[in-house]
Design a protein around this ligand. Sequence first.
Ligand SMILES: [Fe+2]
Length: 481
Amino acid sequence: MAGRRGAGAAVAAWWCAVGLLLGACLAGQTSEYRRRLGSAVDMPLDADVFRAPPGHNAPQQVHITQGNHDGTAMIISWVTTSEPGSSTVLYGTAKDNLNFSANGKHTQYTFYNYTSGYIHHCTVKNLEFDRKYYYAVGIGQTVRKFWFRTPPKSGPDVPYTFGLIGDLGQSFDSNITLAHYESNSKAQAVLFVGDLSYADNYPYHDNVRWDTWARFVERNVAYQPWIWTAGNHEIDFAPELGETKPFKPYSYRYPTPYKDSGSTAPYWYSVKRASAYIIVLASYSSYGKYTPQYKWLEAEFPKVNRSETPWLIVLMHAPWYNSYNYHYMEGETMRVMYEPWFVKYKVDLVFAGHVHAYERTHRISNVAYNIVNGLCTPVHDQSAPVYITIGDGGNQEGLATNMTAPQPAYSAFREPSFGHAILDIKNRTHAYYAWHRNQDGSAMAADSMCHPILAADGRLLRQFPVIDIHTDDSWCCGYST
Ligand SMILES: [Fe+2]
């Protein structure tokens, strides 16, 4: 190990020398690309992507999410509109032999003058790892069939590919983003960083737009799990309408396996998936000291076994580091509370949304400040995560085009365009990450990211990202201990 570190240090020195020569090492870049504006308009109610499936009481809005902590369960959800119908799911590993069944429940809610359909949730359990399962819903009436694949059993070198989508909405651009993501067929699950339907932008929070959104995304989320994060557009707090229960439509429609990670609310929880440990935080639930979320996260970080799941990823909605002039510093109070833990436990990646643009930071932290010392500037810190804002799904509110200038030193790359990202984990030390801008269909920003590796004595060794030159967005490089 010592020999490898020695060689790594030499590699680091060489690359940084190259970087200094090029004047590019740790420099930030503001993309000069400017996307045309003005098309972020919601699709009309009669758009084909919103069409309900044919047949009496046919299940619609089918979606799945991971159903327990280790990935051997799946929560399957759907809506029926004429009558409750069956909450049973038939499933199996052969397309024509769905020899297992699970019984779910249905529920219903009202929101001002809206009454939902019959919302079914059914958890299928005791699934085998890394198997394709076929499933059917609408049993006894109009049956619809789908399939999904369970993740491989967790292990340090288990490869897995995640998609990253945020702030999607239901505009024409949202449809382009989803289609673009679908064209990246390697991705096996979506880490969704919040703000789903934007129904609350409509008069009376018209919950019909929750239904249209769910019909729109069914073509993907019925086949691969989306790991949900709650955004501000999920709050739906409208006392002027008599609606005072925060997250009411969201929580009726999008369950999470929070109890399996010891959480006491569906908005913060964790799951393991292949070599990744994913912690979902709630930007719009209490997170101050002594709150349930604080106490849960405090207990959660020490539970992460990096020998089993070396990749530690955190999802939240409001970004901590954001150099756009939109939602500036809205994540600051949570950062102050939790950032020391992120550094202590060497979180690899933090994905957030909320700002409708793309941005990636260097590995930076800002944990030295103590009121009297004035140390409040983010510094490069190899124990700190990379922060990525990926709130560029394409919703009707449009792009965040206005940025702080000059670009802060912590910001590595930023561009206001719609898109999504792919995180392609290869093994415990390498992952390939790419942001895909909608317009041209190619990877705009591709990065190769290294990871803490374990020394023989169990210590975590922190690696710098390995350099991976791309014309638009790359970062610096090497090994360290
Ligand atoms: Fe948001």
